[in-house]
Design a protein around this ligand. Sequence first.
Ligand code: PMP
Length: 308
Amino acid sequence: MIESLALLASSRVTTPLVPIQLPEFGVPIWCKLEYLNPSGSTKDRIARYILSKAVRSGVLVPGDAVVEASSGSTSIAFALASAQLGLQFTAIMPEGVSRERVTIIKAYGAKVELTPADDGIQGAIDRAKQLAAAQNAFWPSQFTNEDNAKAHRDETAGEVLCQIPTGKVDLFVSGVGTGGTLVGVTQGLLTAGCQVTPVLARPVSDKLISDIECCSFSKRIPGVADGLSDIFRNAGFTNLKEFEISDDEAIDVTRRLIQAGFPIGPSSGLNYLAAVRAYQEDGGQPVCLTVFPDRMERYFSTELFSRV
Ligand code: PMP
């Protein structure tokens, strides 16, 4: 198990942080290229953090079962980390997730169970809880697990602080699914002494699918919701700003960024445009940071590529 933990640890990469200034907006946004994590998304950070902690403490041993509910990225990350640790992973996802996601998860030797689309993310969460209890499986529960935000506080924010030449960040912009990214990175930057303001990139969606208690998830911008998660509300930030971005705008900007050489998924376009708006509203020259959570390849069958 020590060897597999070392394998898991060695799959950690420091993702690049680059300033991207699209000519049509004319403002520099610092973008953390999280799609360059090994499974193709920022969720590798939470999967590695949560599973290695459980293995080190003896909660999990090889052959044990792990069950998690997600719209896809988290399941892919847990499938990869479980393969490296010799764990049996089952992903629970609402019907309607892209074909690519299901194929990738199965390729890692994991199982996939789809719950009715109408029951949304909440249906998948309920089923994961039930299955974990029935099989005595480990359930990371990304929507309530505070280690989700801690992974970003300890890893993602730490990397940014080592990378950013200004040594400070004024605005951190992110969409919220579980809230782990927005909360964890903001907390990490605050702890390091940055006077950072968290900024919510809120999708204004014409197609909302999955309701959880706090909010609804966008169908066209997978992974992000139109409201604040429990993890976010529990963090108690009082200075949150937010910018509403329509699905069409987010998808246009995503296509534009792909053409500029960044192979991203739709939530990256949402984040980028909200970051541009936050920068412009600031009026000064803030150091404005965002993340590109995942890769374009898992959206080939979606509208993002309908014109290609
Ligand atoms: N983008 C994508 C593609 C995602 O899958 C997620 C998480 N479900 C997010 C953004 C939001 O990240 P977080 O859960 O840390 O709020």
